[in-house]
Design a protein around this ligand. Sequence first.
Ligand code: NDP
Ligand code: HEM
Length: 483
Amino acid sequence: MTQGPLTTEAGAPVADNQNSETAGPGGPVLVQDQALLEKLAHFNRERIPERVVHARGAGAYGTFTLTRDVSQWTRAKFLSGVGKQTETFLRFSTVAGNLGSADAVRDPRGFALKFYTEEGNYDLVGNNTPVFFIKDAIKFPDFIHTQKRDPYTGSQEADNVWDFWGLSPESTHQVTWLFGDRGIPATLRHMNGYGSHTYQWNNEAGEVFWVKYHFKTDQGIKNLTQDEANKLAGEDPDSHQRDLREAIERGDFPSWTVQIQIMPAADAATYRFNPFDLTKVWPHADYPPIEIGKLELNRNPRNVFAEVEQSIFSPAHFVPGIGPSPDKMLQGRLFAYGDAHRYRVGINADHLPVNRPHATEARTNSRDGFLYDGRHEGAKNYEPNSFGGPAQTGRPLWQPVPVTGVSGNTEAPVHAEDNDFVQAGDLYRLLSEDEKGRLVDNLAGFIAKVSREDIAERAINNFRQADDDFGKRLEAAVQALRG
Ligand code: NDP
Ligand code: HEM
């Protein structure tokens, strides 16, 4: 901001910012005190709706550096040429808490990454876990209702959480992950990120590959125990946000090694799992991770509201060479985010500095709407036109994929090991004895809070099906707590 006197929004000097103008020394306040009225009115409008999920977050700019050329699998330009660098913006978040909630809680963390590429912004809107609680978008609002505040009590209720999870066995893998040590990261720098969904890559020749993204922290994994988190959440609710900002301020730039798993398109039909099921990983032994780059965060936003609160990320923001898969969760998300942005930030949200392309420009025929800044000046706003306006390319970003069947299907295709428990069991079995103990204690402490035996029993039964030992230990721990 330039130097000079305090002014009104219209730039006129303000004479007195301590006293309202009155009719005589003790008289009522005058409507002609426009500086007062403008100040009160602007204050009333400082808030925009918080995100319906992932409201609590922190962000930073950074650089993605490609360390392996992957143009054999995708024609995306930012993924071609070793050493290529792309500016990024990453917003971390918790899922269930409101805007002012504490950072040190057991919850997945959002890992929303915007690549400002020369072919448009590519958003990878992932989490710090490779899987999710459900596998169909139609269940998402119900799921989130159980994580948020109960309509009667106004608090999160163990009954609602465990009722839904118990009745949704596909959640068992993600819940096992969440109540393990990685469910409360020590900082945002000490956790991995995952694209989670399977996405499509396609190369210059038009060949299709399915891809999963992994961001492995170079700081090492560090977590908080439940007791440590309970204490920290009370003493320093902003712990994660502050840690990230301060690390970047002192030049201790956090980084992640970027890996992908690649599946040739033809494998999808015969793979032992449905490769588009978001409750499953692709085991590393089947599709080994391949290192392709480095992500570093190196610049703090200058204004949190403008750049973090008003930032928008959409799984539908693709660039040439990258596209969606038939994952039913992803398909629902392709709608949900743009819709949320138009409601939360407005129809010109894409024009804000943090959201607009940085390495190219947006050339659309959309115009006007609230807070339109007139960037297109007098340019024609229709296509086709004979005035040299932007024209369609004729080449889709992604390749079409074959489908079969009849409309009205609700079932997913069946693969040999498509059950809801096998990978939850795999995760349990890879944990150390100590971690198994903490996992069981964390789960038992929460399940013991439910008011009905049938809800507790259904919840425990899912873990029993994942692994018999897991189920037995959990049942004993819950019984010990419930008496
Ligand atoms: P691998 O042994 O090849 O890989 C195990 C994976 O588990 C590693 O990525 C490791 O991450 C991660 N891991 C280790 N400890 C924990 C923990 N306490 N909580 C969460 N994740 C942990 O086995 P598979 O690929 O066959 O996968 C086995 C299970 O591992 C899966 O069912 C899944 O639950 C979990 N997993 C698998 C991932 C995948 O993409 N295949 C990714 C993350 C988890 P790290 O290398 O950082 O230690
Ligand atoms: C935020 C919907 C599943 C990661 C949001 C928002 C909505 C939403 C409406 C708020 C957007 C905004 O106001 O800007 C959904 C729906 C889902 C779903 C309908 C299921 C069908 C997922 C999954 C992941 C995820 C599976 C991760 C793999 C995120 C992240 C944010 C977010 C990281 C915060 C983005 C930011 O920082 O601005 N989601 N979500 N969501 N979601 Fe989802």
